[in-house]
Design a protein around this ligand. Structure first.
Ligand SMILES: *[C@@H]1O[C@H](CO)[C@@H](O)[C@H](O)[C@H]1NC(C)=O
Ligand SMILES: *[C@@H]1O[C@H](CO)[C@@H](O)[C@H](O)[C@H]1NC(C)=O
Ligand SMILES: *[C@@H]1O[C@H](CO)[C@@H](O)[C@H](O)[C@H]1NC(C)=O
Ligand SMILES: *[C@@H]1O[C@H](CO)[C@@H](O)[C@H](O)[C@H]1NC(C)=O
Ligand SMILES: *[C@@H]1O[C@H](CO)[C@@H](O)[C@H](O)[C@H]1NC(C)=O
Length: 500
């Protein structure tokens, strides 16, 4: 979430003056082929991408893999080993194709110092097995550069500056429940590297502090992201070196305009899947969506009963908040070749979804338009809400506001009279309470259609696709695992192509 107080914090901290400088860089391993910051993603039907960073460029990044941990008979390689100014590492990406669906694969990133990991290959589109995924938004680094206690919110846990890296309530819960879900979606506000300026020790070392937080955050997340597909979208904290409006000229090269986000995830995230529909026009539309997709900003994928679309609420639509001249002053993008590329993608992608193959249509994005405590993103609502309604999106997942919220199905701020029983309007949730240095946002004023709101402690959402008609949303207390709220959305999904 944007914090107007950031700039004030910066100036008051400057005034303090007596600070020990120093970015908290992780130690560079002696063997510079050692993989770090491992992450995997669903890349296509039967394919998974694997990303990792190294402290030297690799001429030929490779991954050995197979269905037995002792026999990694297959090898996939690429030439993708890229960096950008002011980064100490190279990002490597390799795609494993032709995987058997729903199968445990073992993999070893080729290095003189790496170990064997494993993942479950994706369910094919149309598979009707029940599964869960977690929505974890506004997460952030922990330790010397992050996740902290503020006097105004004593309920948050103390995170000591010690290993193990899993000692972060939300990451710890994701680790302890690793067999209970199949993927993680994180639509924006990932590591909060741009909040380096909230720690006085970083004040005179901002460029290194930003780079250090990036390295730490993806290292802390690796035990999760290296085993479960980690599907990301852009948030305002990915945009710039800090959130002081119109200050991007002060940002070092490589620390503005979503640079790390693009370098890290453009090759890792999918474009969109070819249609499995028997309907010719759906297949043509899906093909057109693929041409218009632009990972990691906007893209889609299919997984069992789900078609999931990631949207970019930051740039690339009218009055986009982080776009050139946008309200956030972050002056980033545009990333499409034309001004309407994202919305053209979204319309083609949604129109192509055949509910007889993937009954559940879910959208993820960063900034909500329905939120408690004041106004949501108006330009986002104008751009996206009509399309989400028209094509019968079942659930829309946002973050940005640092708490957990659930809304009755709603369109144009009017509640769907059917409630959770086969509504025409999408159900909306905010799952922005995963934990970051800025702390939680109080619930604030609720709308009549707000069904649940929680800001007492860190939490996230677990979404379970039970069968073609029932989808369960649970909000989980990160520290205790307690279910804070549970609801089941019923949809008849009686039409193959919804247009309303
Ligand atoms: C090998 O990898 C481990 C785990 O990442 C690391 O702690 C260690 O320093 C590495 N060893 C060398 C020689 O680089
Ligand atoms: C973090 O580690 C400390 C010290 O080992 C422990 O007391 C605490 O319970 C841990 N917290 C979590 C959330 O695991
Ligand atoms: C075929 O798909 C299009 C959307 O691409 C839809 O409008 C149309 O109704 C579908 N036809 C049938 C027979 O379902
Ligand atoms: C940001 O990067 C995109 C893609 O490289 C480019 O088209 C755009 O002009 C850049 N925006 C700014 C403000 O530099
Ligand atoms: C949305 O609601 C407003 C007022 O409640 C109304 O004026 C407007 O026509 C509605 N828009 C749509 C697309 O239904």
């Amino acid at each position: 979430m944007k914090s107007a107080a950031n700039s004030l914090g910066w100036f008051s901290a400057l005034a303090v003056g007596t600070v020990a400088a120093g970015a908290s860089y992780p130690a560079i391993p002696a063997d510079k082929t050692t993989p770090s910051q491992q992450r995997i993603a669903i890349k296509g039907p039967n394919s998974v991408s694997i990303g990792w960073n190294t402290y030297q460029q690799l001429s030929n990044p490779c991954v050995q893999y197979g269905t037995s941990s002792d026999v990694l008979a297959s090898t996939a390689c690429s030439t993708i080993s890229i960096t950008y100014p002011n980064s100490r590492t190279w990002g490597n990406t390799v795609t494993l194709s032709g995987l058997s669906p729903g199968t445990t694969y073992y993999y070893k990133i080729t290095s003189t110092n790496s170990s064997v990991e494993h993942f479950l290959s994706p369910r094919p589109a149309g598979d009707t097995g029940a599964f869960s995924f977690n929505a974890v938004i506004d997460l952030g680094v922990y330790g010397a550069d992050g996740y902290t206690i503020k006097a105004d919110n004593a309920k948050r846990d103390t995170i000591p500056l010690i290993d193990p890296s899993l000692n972060h309530t939300t990451i710890g819960r994701l680790a302890n429940t690793i067999d209970d879900y199949e993927l993680v979606v994180h639509p924006g506000d990932l590591g909060y590297a741009d909040d380096w300026l909230l720690k006085p020790k970083n004040l005179f070392d901002g460029t290194d502090a930003y780079a250090a937080i990036v390295e730490q955050f993806y290292g802390q997340l690796a035990p999760i992201a290296g085993r479960k597909p980690y599907m990301v979208g852009p948030g305002n904290h990915e945009a710039d070196c800090q959130e002081i409006p119109n200050s991007q000229l002060l940002c070092a090269a490589g620390q503005k305009n979503f640079t790390d986000f693009m370098n890290r995830f453009a090759d890792l995230m999918p474009t969109s899947f070819p249609s499995h529909s028997s309907n010719d026009s759906a297949r043509i539309l899906a093909n057109s969506a693929q041409q218009l997709s632009n990972p990691p900003f906007w893209y889609s994928f299919e997984y069992g009963m789900m078609h999931f679309v990631m949207i970019d609420t930051e740039t690339d639509f009218a009055q986009a908040p982080d776009g050139p001249g946008g309200s956030a002053g972050l002056n980033s993008g545009p990333f499409g070749k034309t001004a309407d590329q994202q919305l053209a993608f979204l319309e083609a992608d949604l129109a192509a979804v055949d509910r007889s193959v993937t009954p559940w249509l879910i959208v993820g994005g960063h900034r909500p338009w329905y939120t408690t405590g004041g106004s949501g993103c108006g330009p986002c609502q104008s751009a996206f809400e009509p399309l989400l309604y028209k094509y019968g999106v079942d659930l829309a997942i946002f973050g940005h506001v640092h708490n957990s919220q659930r809304f009755q199905p709603v369109y144009n701020s009017t509640v769907d009279p059917k409630g959770l029983n086969d509504p025409a309007a999408p159900m909306y949730i905010v799952a922005g309470g995963a934990g970051n240095i800025e702390g939680l946002s109080s619930v604030g004023t609720k709308q009549a259609y707000n069904a649940f709101a929680y800001a007492d402690d860190f939490s996230y959402a677990r979404v379970s696709l039970m069968d073609k008609n029932q989808l369960q949303v649970q909000f989980i207390h990160s520290t205790t695992g307690e279910v804070l709220d549970q609801s089941t959305l019923y949809k008849s999904h009686s039409e193959s192509f919804v247009v309303q």
